[in-house]
Design a protein around this ligand. Structure first.
Ligand code: AHR
Length: 494
């Protein structure tokens, strides 16, 4: 056994709210993220409601997905909303130039996306086109969706929707430093000011505007955006992916990795801590009140795509390693919940670090899905400070704290504690001092598996799934947790 871990939870010093929007999902027109994964249209062989598959929608409903970011990603900055409204037979077929060069039938457009959001019980987070669209086109899309009256509202009604939709969150472009237009930061900030000006909410409503933020550690981008456009926006995004095996382009296999690949990826997840701290410090300089939030609206692991899958579809399996990547991120977001009030894992179905994989009519829930399900009590909970003193785990040059964790007081009034043991070989007993809290009982669940690369396949869909956890007890003011190697544990105290 390794050196034990000690921790203190200060239940009497409640922190910020852990915004439910931290569990936002990202669904891009990419590979089978939308077509096949969510939308099957008229394919009667796959049970669906108004074109969206019932199995996938039910699984996502169970996660309480708060919001869905759509239609991209890179796709957003070349998307023209008028291509996706009106009779399907008359919608133009385009080429998806970013993702695989396949045809984009535009069968899923604004009305269909809003139907998906309704079925899942989420809110829409629409990403507008700054890259090759105009400010007028963006303004008219917003008007089409939200206006109570006028000719665009009448067109919307003719297309089947009389009532305006609510568009609570709107992205002013995506990755303007790259696929969104290869802009320099000052120019992007000016463009953001101009486009954001014309994103107007109808009287009595509010549209939260999120600007296209930095790539990874591009701190000068955040600085320019905050300095030039900070007063015009409500949120600023940040994109960071975990790329083991040497960074871009993604080359690490999703399943066929050894312990070095495990440690490399988990150290990559830990890097998010430093990135958020440094971007937040820049935002603090311009916005000490923390009015503008940091929206980490693309995160997760990005590996080489699975062998034999369509190029450009970014299809990757999801293992126990991805579960730990997810829990490490969710714990980091707790420590920064004062500034990080929205994040979106990339992506929801069949793309990158997905919740769900489908193939034809088959569906499987990934280990990442199970972590999101286990962390549901974090949604809109109050963060409780937790200080963790843990040994280090490392393999080769990849080292990190062995135990990650976060604690919240849920909306149910109970205290929930998440603890992950990143060490794949050594169990760790965590002794947690509970301050300002008199809990008598503890129960919980654990997600683990015999192998570091254990995963769920269509043949073995339950190889990695949560199980009841019996390794925790409370004695007086002390919680003791026997964390198995390579595990995520979530506890409920009462
Ligand atoms: O999530 C895949 C792509 O990654 C997105 O389209 C883009 O924004 C990012 O580069």
């Amino acid at each position: 056994g390794g050196k034990p871990t000690t921790a203190t939870i200060q239940a009497d010093k409640p922190g910020p709210v852990y915004d439910r929007l931290i569990f936002t999902q990202f669904a891009e027109h990419l590979g089978n993220g939308i077509y096949g994964g969510l939308w099957v249209g008229n394919d009667k062989s796959i049970p669906n409601t108004n074109g969206f598959r019932n199995d996938v929608v039910a699984a996502l409903r169970n996660l309480n997905v708060p919001a869905i970011r759509w239609p991209g990603g890179c796709f957003a900055d070349e998307y023209h909303w008028r291509d996706g409204i009106g009779p399907k037979a008359r919608r133009p077929v385009k080429v998806n130039t970013h993702w695989g060069g396949v045809t984009e039938p535009n069968s899923v457009g604004t009305h269909e996306f809003m139907e998906l959001v309704r079925q899942i019980g989420a809110e829409p987070y629409i990403a507008g086109n700054v890259g090759n669209g105009t400010a007028r086109e963006m303004a008219e899309w917003v008007e089409y969706m939200t206006a109570p009256a006028g000719s665009l509202a009448e067109e919307r009604a003719r297309n089947g929707r009389k009532e305006p939709w609510k568009v609570p969150y709107f992205g002013v472009g995506n990755e303007l430093w790259g696929c969104g237009g290869n802009m320099r930061p000052e120019f992007a900030a000016d463009e953001t000011r101009r486009f954001a000006t014309f994103v107007k909410a109808p009287a009595g409503t509010k549209i939260v505007k999120i600007a296209a933020g930095a790539n990874v550690d591009d701190y000068s981008w955040t600085d320019a955006m905050m300095r030039i456009a900070g007063s015009q926006i409500d949120g600023l995004s940040l994109h960071y992916y975990v790329h083991p095996a040497g960074g871009w382009p993604p080359r690490a296999p999703a399943v066929d990795f050894d312990e070095t690949g495990w440690a490399d990826a988990l150290a990559g997840a830990w890097r998010m801590e430093e990135l958020i701290a440094k971007h937040s410090a820049i935002m603090d300089k311009y916005d000490p009140q923390k009015r503008v939030f940091l929206a980490v609206d693309e995160w997760g692991a990005w590996y080489a795509q699975d062998p034999g899958t369509h190029p450009g579809f970014l299809r990757q399996q999801n293992t126990l390693r991805d579960a730990l990547i997810a829990s490490i991120h969710l714990d980091i977001f707790a420590r920064h919940a004062d500034r990080v009030r929205m994040t979106a894992i990339a992506q929801m179905v069949n793309v990158l670090q997905a919740m769900i994989l489908t193939e034809g009519r088959k569906m499987v829930l990934t280990p990442t899905y199970h972590v999101f399900e286990m962390y549901k009590p974090w949604q809109d909970a109050t963060v409780l400070p937790i200080a963790i003193d843990t040994p280090w785990y490392g393999k080769d040059r990849f080292t990190m704290p062995a135990v990650s964790g976060s604690a919240v007081r849920g909306k149910d009034g109970k205290v929930h504690v998440g603890l992950s043991n990143l060490d794949p070989n050594v169990a760790n007993t965590v002794t947690v001092k509970l301050e300002g809290l008199s809990a008598g009982t503890v129960s919980g669940r654990v997600l683990t598996a015999p192998a570091i690369n254990a995963h769920n396949s269509f043949d073995a869909p339950e190889a990695v799934k949560p199980a009841p956890f019996t390794g925790a007890r409370i004695d007086g003011g002390t919680l003791t947790v026997a964390l198995p190697p390579k595990s995520v544990v979530v506890l409920d105290l009462q």
